[in-house]
Write a protein that binds this ligand. Structure first.
Ligand code: GTP
Ligand code: MG
Length: 197
């Protein structure tokens, strides 16, 4: 289990060219806009306002780097699927994120987030297909599970598993409320960082 001794914002990069140099391993976080990426990162780091969260989706449009323990990075990726985002912003998402995920050698895993209350969208499924095709090591997480009852959660995980074609056990249920899934997710992140399967 990793203890977070320090966590700070490093930089925001518009593309892989602006990413930090050096050889720290990194974990990226992606999912549709408003799925809870920034909240999840803050929760993992026990830092309330480190990563900006918003009720206005589509705000994060850069690759946002956070240094943890002066040893590795978390990268908050821009969300996709925000229909009301300007066209230019939507069109730049794919080259930015695909370019980053394909080209970033220090990337150890991508944490992929789905909202418990929503069926995976066409964009979610296209992204998952692409991740599988590119063999990006992916850690699937279901967010905001405090929003549903325990029975509903079982049903929703089953539904999401069916739609994505992934086994239900692969998903880590997560919530900032009560920090549910916190240690399970850190476990998966730690092994990705240390290069275990
Ligand atoms: N109830 C509940 N609400 C959550 C949880 N996680 C995030 N939220 C809320 O969901 C909204 C979006 O959260 P963000 O963390 O900003 O989502 P994001 O994926 O970073 O959004 P973008 O950066 O805009 O793509 C905010 O209003 C959060 O307070 C959770 O576990 N439970
Ligand atoms: Mg965000």
């Amino acid at each position: 289990m990793i203890k977070v001794n320090s966590a700070h914002f490093v930089l925001s990069a518009p593309s892989i060219k602006g990413c930090p140099v050096g050889d720290w391993p990194e974990i990226a976080f992606a999912g549709r806009s408003n799925v809870g990426k920034s909240s999840l990162i803050n929760c993992l780091l026990n830092r309330k306002g480190l990563v900006r969260t918003s009720s206005t989706p589509g705000r994060t449009q850069l690759l946002n780097y956070f240094a943890i323990n002066e040893a590795f990075y978390f990268v908050d990726l821009p969300g996709y699927g925000f229909a009301r985002a300007p066209r230019a912003v939507r069109e730049q998402w794919q080259p930015m994120v695909h370019g980053y995920l394909m080209g970033r050698r220090s990337l150890r895993a991508l944490v992929w987030l789905l909202d418990v209350r929503r069926d995976p969208s066409r964009e979610d499924l296209e992204f998952l297909d692409w991740l599988e095709e590119q063999q990006v090591p992916t850690i699937p997480v279901i967010t905001k599970v405090d929003k549903v009852s325990r029975n509903e959660l079982t049903r929703r995980v089953g539904r999401i598993a069916t739609v994505t074609g992934l086994a239900g056990e692969l998903f880590t249920p997560f919530s900032v409320v009560g920090r549910r899934g916190h240690s399970e997710l850190w476990e998966l992140i730690s092994s990705a960082l240390s290069g275990e399967d």
